[in-house]
Design a protein around this ligand. Structure first.
Ligand code: PLP
Length: 432
């Protein structure tokens, strides 16, 4: 069998044995679908032998590129000593200390297995602490797959604020009665909604950089002020932004410190570990030493904080703490964003690259400025798909109409090659 035939056979088996043929919502057209055989640095290779420059980075975790030597070393040293004990291990304590030192709101850490669990438990912690039931999220914000996150995440039309529609079938409508939704960056509207519902609100959860939307000056500050005033727990979902847009995440970059924050993706070097990090008093609701069990928030999972993931996290955070990392993201990301927009304009496409240099999107829209989720819905998704397909055909691994992620392993040579591909892709679209 040739490598190409082997890949086709594996894809057929995936179609047969995996629910939905893959990992869920992320579905590529059959002619572009691939099985990743291996990754190294900024590149991955599929089973058919094709090489790609990776701008998907596993949806963000591979912030240090693939197969980072220090992460590999740290994990392989731990492997023969055991992978999981449930009892405490040295690495998780050491990692907890590092997280507390790095994260502005950090006083204590609670590990989870995924970002979804982190935001799910963070909301539970807030409910337990405030003894209130409702939570507020922003339209277009992604907080994972639990029943409280999946309201107004990707609506095509404005929601009937504070009510929104569920994103997934199977989410109980009763849950929606406790989830209020309001547009991101509409400061007065958000503050008014929080004021009106203050006595019922346990938490406001926000992605400080919401997908690819930058917070307008004053927006996060106003949310901070009104939540503090009403003793509502402010949760930053830093699962994308943590250790990526700055060493101290969005809290450091935008200068607003929440009560608690959720971390995932890059903090564990591509291994399945996430964390809730925050104010010790609020997080004392997790403390079974000081409260009767009936008054403790339950958030204990079998594999949380296991030594393999914690060893990976320690190596990742150490690598991210080295001088020049964030300058590198800025340098590589700004070249790519500028080059992509210029290439689009050259071929007559209205293209923008909203976001941060470490993570951004490319959107086909002339709506300016892009402030809210509804602004983003003006983007032409069909064009976005066509462009992504042209990029993938030419060797870039991308997430259509979503985000570009870069790593410490992406080089200027990668940028040069990428911008040539981007130019060719726009030219092909203009022709075709
Ligand atoms: C901002 C944000 N929060 C939470 C999550 C959920 O994390 P996970 O996929 O690890 O459950 C994601 C996932 O993409 C995310 O982008």
């Amino acid at each position: 069998m040739t490598p190409a035939q082997q890949q086709t056979q594996l894809l057929n088996d995936a179609g047969k044995y995996l629910a939905g043929g893959g990992t869920g919502l992320f579905v590529l057209p059959a002619e572009l679908n691939l099985i990743v055989a291996r990754g190294e640095g900024s590149r991955v290779w599929d089973v058919a032998g094709r090489e790609y420059i990776d701008y998907h980075l596993s949806s963000g975790p591979a912030l240090l590129g693939h197969g980072h030597p220090a992460i590999t070393k740290s994990v392989t040293e731990q492997l023969p000593k055991g992978t999981t004990f449930f009892f405490l291990n040295e690495h998780e304590i050491e990692l907890g200390k590092k997280l507390v030192e790095a994260i502005p709101c950090g006083e204590v850490v609670h590990y989870t297995g995924s970002g979804t669990e982190a935001t799910f438990y963070a909301l539970r912690i807030a409910r337990a602490w405030t003894k209130r039931n409702k939570v507020l999220k922003f339209e277009g914000a992604w907080h994972g797959m639990h029943d409280y996150g999946l309201w107004g995440t990707v609506p095509s039309n404005p929601s009937d604020y504070p009510h929104a529609n569920p994103d997934s079938v199977g989410v109980p409508s009763e849950t929606g009665e406790t989830v209020l939704v309001t547009p991101f960056n509409e400061t007065e509207q958000a503050v008014a909604m929080i004021e009106q519902n203050a006595k019922d609100l346990a938490a406001v959860i926000v992605e400080p950089l919401q997908r690819v939307l930058l917070p307008e000056p004053g927006f996060l500050e106003a949310i901070r002020e009104v939540t503090r005033k009403h003793k509502i727990v402010l949760i930053f979902d830093e699962i994308v932004t943590g250790f990526r847009i700055a060493w101290g995440g969005a809290q450091e970059k935008y200068g607003v410190v929440p009560d608690i924050a959720c971390y995932g993706k890059s903090m564990s070097g591509g291994f399945p570990l996430a964390a809730i990090v925050g104010n010790g008093e609020i997080m004392s609701v997790l403390d079974a030493r000081s409260r009767p069990k009936a008054e403790v928030v339950w958030a204990t999972n079998t594999l949380n904080g296991n030594p393999i993931c914690a060893a990976a996290g320690l190596a990742a955070i150490d690598a991210l703490s080295q001088p020049g990392v964030y300058e590198h993201f800025h340098h590589i990301g700004s070249r790519l964003r500028k080059g992509m927009v210029e290439a689009g304009e050259k071929y007559g496409f209205a293209v923008q690259a909203p976001g941060d240099d470490a993570v951004w999107g490319v959107r086909f829209t002339d709506r300016k400025p892009l402030r809210t989720w509804m602004d983003l819905t003006t983007a032409d998704k069909k064009l976005g798909w066509r462009w992504a397909i042209e990029l993938m055909k030419r060797g870039l691994l991308v997430n259509p109409n979503e985000k570009f992620y870069i790593s410490t392993a992406h080089t200027d040579a990668d940028v040069d090659q990428t911008l040539n591909i981007v130019d060719d892709a726009f030219a092909a679209m203009r022709k075709g």
